[in-house]
Design a protein around this ligand. Sequence first.
Ligand code: 5AD
Ligand code: SF4
Length: 468
Amino acid sequence: MAETFDISLDSLAGCSVAPQNIAVPGTFAPSTDGATFFLETFGCQMNDHDSEKVAGLLLSRGYRQVESPDAASLVLYNTCSIREKAAQKVFSRLGEYRTKQAPGQIIGVLGCVAQQEGEEIFQRTPWVSLVCGSASYRRLPELLSQLEAGNQRVTGLDNDADETFETPVTRRDNPWRAYLTIIEGCDKACAYCVVPFTRGPERSRASDSVLREVRELVDLGYSEVQLLGQTVNSYADPSARKMRFSDLLLAVADVPGIRRVRFTTSHPRDFGADIVAALEAQPKLCNHVHLPVQSGSTRILRAMTRTYTRGEYLEKIAMLRSAKRQIAITTDVIVGFPGETEDDFAETLSLLEEVRYDSLFSFKYSPRPNTPSLSMPDAISEEEKSRRLTLLQEAQREIQSQRNATLVGRTFELLVSGKSRREHQWSGHTACHRVVNFASQERALLGTYVQVRVTGAGPNSLVGEQVT
Ligand code: 5AD
Ligand code: SF4
């Protein structure tokens, strides 16, 4: 997979206690006094952010976070089921507890696999006590109370919650960039995708609540925020203010202390001229748009129910390319969707040449339970999917090498987020979300903004030197 940009996807929120919960007092009752948790996250940025909220919730209940599952009274896996491999990984983790579960230790499965598999998880891995889907996190406190009271099997599997998942405390992992979910779930129903099933329907957060959190983030020292949603630009303010997504972007950028605003993932159907106008007008809005295309063939896009044709997608690209600011564009592509012919695939390759993306995430089609494409005829063999994936990635690598080479000599502002073990070597992201490794004699750069001149380029990153 050609991955230059550290973006990806997925989201959540609401829970219920299954009627068949079996209360076994004393068996699993961790006194939160001295209770510890271990939390491992799989999947996208939205899962990462959900885990930050789950960790915040547990910390506020007196749990302490530990680095190893062996030492934890509560072991949680926040899972991803977007492709089969991701789901398998979770079951192999859970399998380890057949022999290694410590007495009294609680194992919980959160996220998309929990929603997907539901109570089947208890049959498959009976040592699991908590199964809570990502659309049910709103009631996680209630489920934790049930566990703390000694219930042995609790589930949160509602999928129709109309509230989003907010906690008073979020334990943020990234000290430089704060993530904020502004819309949960997805209504788009792409034929291959589990998300509408695992995360439920779209629910947007009130603009006032988003802006309040942005102000709190500034108080905590953040100057860069990233707004998250499966289809972030389908945001529909439920409050009387009725802010459009582009209005919200501008309002977030206006919060004093905010210097960079990012957003992901955008759906082409809802990507309008007002968003481009906002990007043009407000330099604090980062000049990067992640706009998944999935396929370059209109025939396959129809089969995928993507709701746009190749031509309509290219119109959105033309709109972005004609903006007054240069805007980096990245995408997702699936190869080997059922019925994808050589000609369809050739259209995807030609779309890459036409758009010349700054970066791309590419995937082999993975048949998923509960999705319409599961029963579609004309499956493509694994070998053929692999062949197409390699061709696609080679083509993209060449495009990225060429695009990045044109940046040599230019100066970018970076937010410094990494320090190499090699002396005087640092790394950071440009507003257009490229990674730049650079040299500087300064001693304390982490979290600061610096100007860096690009001196070299590879397909996946740039190198440079600090100029101020
Ligand atoms: N198989 C392969 N890739 C998928 N994606 C979503 N569902 C599937 C699937 N069943 C990809 C899409 C989406 C990205 C997050 O994951 O490209 O944009
Ligand atoms: Fe899945 Fe399509 Fe929704 Fe994206 S827009 S989360 S691919 S259903």
